[in-house]
Design a binder for this molecule. Sequence first.
Ligand code: PMT
Length: 408
Amino acid sequence: MRIVLGVSGGIAAYKAVEVCRRFVGAGHEVTAVLTDAARRFVGEATFSALATNPVPEGLWQRWDGGIAHTRLGQRADLVVVAPATADFLARYAAGMADDLLSATLLVTRAPVVVCPAMHTEMWEHPAVVENLLALRRRGVHVVPPESGTLAGGDEGAGRMAEPATIVATALALSARRCDLTGTHVVVSAGGTREPIDPVRVITNRSSGKQGHAIAEAAAARGARVTLVTSSALSAPAGVEVVHVESAADMHAAIAAAAPGADVVVMAAAVADFRPKAPAAQKVHGLPELVLEPTPDILAGLAEARRPGQVLVGFAAETQDVVARARRKLERKGVDLVVVNDVSAPGAGFDHDTNEVTILGADGSVAVVPLTSKRQVADAILDEVVARLERDARDTRDARDSKRDTKED
Ligand code: PMT
């Protein structure tokens, strides 16, 4: 794997040398990119000697047959910034690109891990807190600092995490990248629109952001992805998109895509009811609406599921959220239900962030605190992958024991 190790200017830069050594020791190709301030703490020669490649000099250099400020980011499989100072985080959150490290971060599509290191007062400052929140929302991973001795002999929170922790976290994150290779994942997203007449519809507040984030994450992890969506959001790269409008359209599109799929994730807010007889012409005056239930797509999938297929439902609730979601999990007969309290600040409809609890039919409970919808997506896919792997293991064991019985 090609790793760019960014080093910004804090005393913890000396620990970045050990981070570099460990990545190289694990067999990865490492290029260290130092800010000007980092060079005041640790010499370029140290990183050039330990890393796989020499330290690039700066923004204007040619690199790997191209220009350094784009080529490094384009070719990276993983970017880790250790230490990430308060100043660096502010510049990254603002989208600056006036040195090689910041430009590389704007260019790269690889996972990015930042490892903050600073004094406690800075770590707790609202500006730093907000910058980190903005970065988290964009899918940047943060290895939080620890408490301990800081520069100048002070004590408190803000000391960069240990190199072993940073390397293990970063490698675990990038291992996710291929864990859905060879699978077909179907994701639904957005709120359906049920016609009253050719002009009006009944709909809900879903933007499609959560479902699109799941589709994007599944594609990044190697899956072939079909996204059935009613949202006008742009489609994630490499994903096959089926645009739908009503619950009936979504039902038809999911019914076509699901039978061959390994995983189906129903993140869409499908209308539970619709006008029974939509008017063919615009209604004038107050219409009398007679409603009928829509088909329960998820429950239908559970009835028709093939062995090994993993089904994930959502539950959008505003009270007794976990208890209601648990009942939904049983009623719908799915493997996982992702419950969000859509009345909680920053969670549910239209936000870029979400906060969920993932309930498994096997009794598992995973709580994901408020974070970007992309990170929620990865947490859901972690649960999905665990089930696919368990299923593959069970199938293998059953086959082996059948063969052993035959041989006896
Ligand atoms: O789109 P965003 O703005 O990002 O917001 C995200 C979200 C809040 C929409 C999302 O996180 C979410 O909660 N999606 C499910 C919303 C919903 O309809 O929940 P529900 O509790 O009413 O439905 C339970 C499950 O049954 C869902 O998986 C739903 O897709 C499915 N369902 C519902 C009705 C129906 N007729 N058929 C279904 O398959």
